[in-house]
Design a protein around this ligand. Structure first.
Ligand code: ARG
Length: 284
C-alpha cells in the first residue's frame, strides 16, 4: 500500500496511524456555571445539565468506538468544573504530577483527582508545590512538554514538572484571557506536530513556536473563537468542536481525519473536547 494518499489539491499527504489511548473523564452530573473564572462563564445564563451529560456521553462513545479506553472518575457535588478532567493532573510514563488550582472554586479538585490515582494503584504520585492546572497548561508532544503560563499555571511549576518528569519543558506565555489555558490555544496532533492560534501568545512565545514547529497549522481567529484548538488527536483522528470549519479542512489536507463534536453546553464554562479528556500515558 502506498504510504501517501492524494489530496484534493493533488499534493501528497502522509497516511496517519492512530495509537490506542487511555483517557480519564468525569461525567458532568453536577455541571453548572455558578461562578466566573474565565470570560466564557456567565453565571446568570441557564445551563442544561442533562444536555451537557448527553454531549459528554457522545464523546465517550466516540472514543470507545475509535478503540480507546475511557476510565471514569465520580463527580463531586459542589465542583461544577470537575468535568474538565484535563485539569486534574498530568500523567507521563505512568507518573502522576498533581494539579493545584489557581481559583478557590476549583481547589478541591486537585486532591479529588489525586485520590483517584492512588486508589487505582498508581505509586508515583506527586503533590506539587506550585500552582498548575494539569493538562490544561501542560501538553505533551513526543518527549517534550509545552507548558502554558500567563493566567493559571505558575511558571515555577514548569521547572517543577521538568524535574519530576525528566523531560524538557518549554514555557509559553498566553496573553488573551479568552484563551486562558494552553489547551485553548494549541493542540497536539502527533509526536512532532501541533496546531495553534498565534495571537493567543506573546511575541516571544510565537517566535518559539515558529522555531519548534515551522510547518504548524495556524488557526484563524474564527477557529479559536469556536474553541477549535481544544482538540484531541490519536495520531489519525482529530476530535474537535464541529464549528471549526477551517481547521477541519487544514487537518484533512494533512492526512488527518477530523471529527466534529458538539459540546456546546460545556462551552458555557469555557471548555470542550480536550478539557474533558485527561490522557493516562502508561509507563514505558
Ligand atoms: N471553567 C473552567 C475553568 O475556567 C474550564 C476549564 C477548561 N479546561 C481546560 N482544560 N481548558 O477553569
Amino acid at each position: 500500500m502506498s504510504p501517501t494518499a492524494a489530496t484534493e489539491t493533488g499534493t501528497a499527504a502522509p497516511t496517519r496511524t492512530a495509537t490506542p489511548r487511555r483517557f480519564l473523564m468525569c461525567p458532568p452530573r453536577h455541571f453548572d456555571v455558578t461562578y466566573s473564572i474565565n470570560p466564557w462563564m456567565h453565571p446568570g445564563k441557564p445551563v442544561d445539565t442533562d444536555l451537557a451529560l448527553a454531549q459528554w456521553t457522545q464523546l465517550t462513545e466516540l472514543y470507545r468506538k475509535l478503540g480507546h479506553t475511557v476510565e471514569v472518575i465520580e463527580p463531586v457535588p459542589g465542583l461544577p468544573d470537575m468535568v474538565f478532567a484535563a485539569n486534574g493532573a498530568t500523567v507521563v510514563d505512568g507518573r502522576v504530577f498533581g494539579a493545584r488550582f489557581r481559583h478557590v472554586e476549583r481547589t478541591a479538585e486537585g486532591p479529588a483527582y489525586l485520590a483517584w490515582f492512588v486508589a487505582q494503584g498508581y505509586t508515583d504520585v506527586y503533590w506539587p508545590e506550585h500552582i498548575n492546572e494539569g493538562e490544561g497548561d501542560y501538553l505533551v508532544v513526543g518527549r517534550k512538554v509545552l507548558a502554558g503560563t500567563g493566567f493559571r499555571t505558575d511558571p515555577r511549576a514548569h521547572a517543577e514538572a521538568q524535574e519530576f518528569f525528566g523531560l524538557p519543558v518549554i514555557g509559553l506565555t498566553l496573553v488573551n484571557p479568552e484563551f486562558y489555558h494552553l489547551d485553548t490555544a494549541l493542540a497536539v496532533l502527533s509526536d512532532d506536530e501541533v496546531m495553534y492560534y498565534p495571537e493567543a501568545f506573546t511575541p516571544g512565545s510565537q517566535a518559539v513556536l515558529r522555531e519548534l514547529f515551522p510547518d504548524a497549522i495556524r488557526a484563524t481567529a474564527e477557529d479559536a473563537a469556536v474553541f477549535g484548538l481544544n482538540a484531541l488527536s490519536d495520531g489519525r483522528h482529530v476530535l474537535l468542536p464541529d464549528a471549526a470549519v477551517h481547521l477541519k479542512q487544514e487537518l484533512s489536507a494533512r492526512g488527518f481525519l477530523p471529527i466534529g463534536v458538539e459540546l456546546t453546553e460545556l462551552l458555557k464554562a469555557g471548555g470542550s473536547v480536550k478539557c474533558c479528556t485527561l490522557e493516562l500515558r502508561p509507563a514505558r
